[in-house]
Design a protein around this ligand. Sequence first.
Ligand code: OGA
Ligand code: MN
Length: 295
Amino acid sequence: MPLKVRKLHPLFGGEASGIDISKSLSSAEVAEIVAAMDVYGILLFRGQPLSGDQQIAYAQHFGPLDLGLRKINKTRVKHRLGHEALIDISNIDESGNIADRNSRKMFSQLANQLWHSDSSFQQPAARYTTLHSAVNPSWGGETEFADLRAAWDALPDRTKAQIENLTSEHFALHSRINLLGDTGYTEAEKGVLPPVTWPLVRTHPGSGRKLLWVGIHATHIPGMHIGEGRLLLAELLEHATQPDVVYRHHWQPGDTVMWDNRATIHRGMRYDLDERRELRRVSTEDVDVPARQAA
Ligand code: OGA
Ligand code: MN
């Protein structure tokens, strides 16, 4: 059955049906999903419970798996889920209890509440992320998305001309250390993922559309006064995430949302950290190499 997509928001996002993502996909199905991702930026697959292995096998159709911040945290945060690339997006510690408020695990859940594109602090960054919902809190804990191509389209011409040739530097620990106040990182850990520089305006390869490449990992604009650059980054991020351009996803257990980190940013919504919230994430690297065949 071919892929069908129902729009989720006037600007982007779609609910997909017609493909069973728990099974190994044909190359035609992979191509259909990629084509839909290029248009919609995010796809929701509802009511298809996935095991961790199935979620990994699904992601591997689209490229090599990304470890992102686990490159820094792997010795400090034990993974609960049995595979290094199956990232535990939860407030649960390795013994199955609500994590300590001051643990790095909890700081990571808070950092996810700031607008970002996954792994934009490294090159290659992440291309696709799949996030699968298992347990939801009684309130909050939704995930919001915004389309960076729509954000570029809606900029005034003067701003477009002003920023067209600027870059920004992204650093993995900026949000954690400077914004949220996690003081627990060693100098060695701070050096694991050195900052990377990106154009502030990029072109999305799959759709050919220009996009405003902003997010919380951006620390400054090289060549511009530090304060002026930070204010400009904050203004652009605010522009990209105005309420009417945002799709807010209300999770149901069994939902998988797949997003294109090259075209969209996202954030989690606040919830009571004393209630369980459990999702599983797998991301792929933004590289053009043949995807590994799922086992
Ligand atoms: C992520 C993420 C947001 C959320 O998994 O990459 O940012 O709502 N999640 O948990
Ligand atoms: Mn994320």
